[in-house]
Design a protein around this ligand. Structure first.
Ligand code: HEM
Length: 173
C-alpha cells in the first residue's frame, strides 16, 4: 500500500518520500544515498581486488589476516551497495520503481549482481569456516584458497560491467 501525504501547501508526495518535506531535504537524501552508493563502489572494488590477491598468494596461516581484512571491507561495501541501491530503486528516491523494473540495463545489472552473489557463496562459507577454525585452534584448509581466489577474481569484471550498465540506466538509455 502506498501512502499519500498532502502537505500544508497542498503538495502531494507519494510513498517513502511522503515522510519528508519536498525540496532541499529530499535533495539532501538523494545526494547522500548517491554518494554512499558510489563510495561502496570504490571500497568494494578495492576490497575484492585485495581479497583476490591475498587468496592467490595464500600458502601460510600468517597470510589470513590480510584476506580477512579485505573480506571485512568487501562485506561492508556489499551491505552499503544493497541498502542504498534498493532505497534508490524502490524507495522513490530516483526515477521510481516502474522505471527501473522496465529498464533493461537495470534488469541486466541485477542479473549480474545475482551472478556475483552466486560466485560469492562458496568463498563466503569457507571464509566463515576459516575464521571459526582459527578461533577454536582447529586446522584451516588452505588448499581451498586457489579456487576461492578464482571465484573472487571472476567477480571483478562482472562488477565493472555493472558500472557500465548503471551509467546507461541512469541516463535513460
Ligand atoms: C541491490 C543492488 C543494487 C541496486 C538495487 C542498485 C540500484 C541503483 C540505482 C537505482 C541507481 C540510480 C540510477 C539513477 O540515477 O537512475 C544506481 C546507480 C549506480 N549504481 Fe547501483 N545498485 C545496486 C548495486 C550496485 C553495484 C554492486 C554497483 C557496482 C558494481 C553499482 C553501481 C552503480 C553506479 C556506478 C551508479 C551510478 C550511475 C550513474 O549515475 O552514472 N550498483 N544503482
Amino acid at each position: 500500500m502506498r501512502l499519500k501525504v498532502v502537505t500544508s501547501d497542498g503538495m502531494a508526495n507519494m510513498g517513502f518520500l511522503g515522510m519528508f518535506d519536498h525540496g532541499s531535504s529530499v535533495m539532501g537524501l538523494k545526494l547522500t544515498f548517491a554518494i554512499l552508493h558510489l563510495l561502496a563502489l570504490a571500497i568494494g572494488i578495492a576490497a575484492v581486488y585485495a581479497r583476490w590477491r591475498g587468496l592467490r598468494k595464500l600458502t601460510r596461516i600468517e597470510g589470513l589476516s590480510e584476506v580477512f581484512h579485505a573480506d571485512n571491507w568487501y562485506g561492508a561495501a556489499a551491505l552499503i551497495w544493497i541498502g542504498t541501491g534498493l532505497m534508490r530503486a524502490f524507495g522513490s528516491l530516483e526515477k521510481g520503481t516502474e522505471y527501473y523494473l522496465e529498464n533493461h540495463w537495470f534488469l541486466g545489472k541485477m542479473g549480474l549482481f545475482g551472478l556475483v552473489l552466486l560466485l560469492e557463496l562458496w568463498p563466503m562459507v569457507n571464509l566463515i569456516q576459516w575464521r571459526m577454525a582459527l578461533r577454536k585452534g582447529r586446522p584451516v584448509q588452505l588448499d581451498r584458497a586457489p579456487t576461492m581466489a578464482l571465484l573472487t577474481g571472476l567477480q571483478i569484471p562482472l562488477l565493472l560491467v555493472m558500472v557500465c550498465m548503471a551509467a546507461a540506466m541512469a541516463r535513460g538509455l
